[in-house]
Write a protein that binds this ligand. Structure first.
Ligand code: CP
Length: 324
């Protein structure tokens, strides 16, 4: 069975195929009737053990645009609160005849466990697990960068070779940063992480990217700057500089944005904390792609679902134990 567990499992060709397929899917959104019959008769369950706005709604929109039958499951209000395990929850859904499971879970490795345990026979798509991976977020970010920095039609078949991407903020707790570093490296981009030393993970020196503590000088050399949310819910207060200090050193405001090259874009995976990592002036500016990223997410998720369940294309990726 084919799955999408980690951005690190994707080859350059896999990733470019997904981006190109997403361009095809984006055309569906421009039609009066935004629907394809591709997944008619297939059932997809969205299994969310952690909160989500964008990813959950975006997967549901993508599944419905491909005519799949959709089951939405959130842990809140389910028998998980009575102590039911992931295995029993998954097998309950499997018994109802599910073809694919989109899973978000607070525990890093939960989607990998689901895909490789033999508990279920469905395709597994990781919608974010702990601080580990969020592969469809990285794909939609790469899609957005390719459209903006290479070109919509000119981008077909292309990667992001030579593009300079800066990721700023709470890298320690960010599955978005980890997934983006993996995918952007595969696509040929040069990635620089900028973060307070306390918000960098142990072992970051082995990641395929640079690390800098100097935001202002890095901004001037960036084609895209991705701001990360500070994930207070995952952190011990002792790790954290004061909000004011953080904004002063690592926040993006209008003055800082003005130092970026004219063509450079500002990205954020959402949810944003306005005033903390990004000011309202920057978030609402033409250079900020946050809303575009959300729209592109539907096309990317349609492409992933199509390639896993509906297409006859080569396997996206088989999860490897090293990326769990
Ligand atoms: N970017 C992202 O994963 O947002 P949600 O948590 O709202 O899904």
């Amino acid at each position: 069975q084919r799955h999408l567990i980690s951005a690190a499992d994707l080859t350059r060709d896999d990733a470019v195929l997904i981006l190109d397929t997403a361009e095809e899917m984006a055309r569906v959104a421009d039609r009066p009737i935004k629907k394809l019959p591709t997944l008619r008769g297939r059932t997809v369950v969205n299994l969310f053990f952690e909160d989500s706005t964008r990813t959950r709604i975006s997967f549901e929109a993508a599944e419905k645009r491909l005519s799949a039958d959709v089951i939405n499951f959130t842990a809140k209000g389910s028998s998980v609160s009575k102590g039911e395990s992931l295995k029993d929850t998954a097998q309950t859904l499997e018994a109802m005849g599910v073809d694919a499971v989109v899973i978000r879970h607070g525990a890093s490795g939960a989607p990998y466990r689901l895909a490789t345990s033999g508990w279920i026979d469905a395709h597994v798509i990781n919608a974010g697990d702990g601080t580990h991976q969020h592969p469809t977020q990285a794909l939609l970010d790469a899609f957005t960068m390719r459209r903006r920095l290479v070109g919509r039609d000119a981008g077909l078949g292309q990667d992001l070779s030579g593009r300079r991407i800066t990721i700023v903020g709470d890298v320690l707790h960010s599955r978005v940063a980890r997934s983006n570093v993996d995918l952007l490296h595969t696509l040929g981009a040069e990635v620089t992480l900028v973060a307070p030393p306390t918000l960098l993970p142990v072992g970051v020196d082995t990641w395929p990217c640079e690390v800098s503590y100097a935001l202002d000088s890095t901004l001037t050399k960036s084609d895209a700057v991705m701001m990360l949310r500070v994930q207070r819910e995952r952190m011990n207060a002792a790790f954290f500089p004061t909000e004011r200090e953080y904004s002063r050193r690592y926040g993006l405001d209008g003055d800082r944005m003005a130092r970026m090259p004219e063509h450079a874009i500002v990205m954020h995976p959402g949810p944003m904390v306005r005033g903390m990592e990004i000011t309202a002036e920057v978030a609402d500016s033409d250079r900020c792609t946050v809303i575009e990223q959300v729209a592109n997410g539907v096309s990317i998720r349609m492409a992933v679902l199509y390639l896993l369940l509906g297409g006859n294309e080569p396997a996206l990726a088989h999860p490897s134990p090293t990326t769990a």
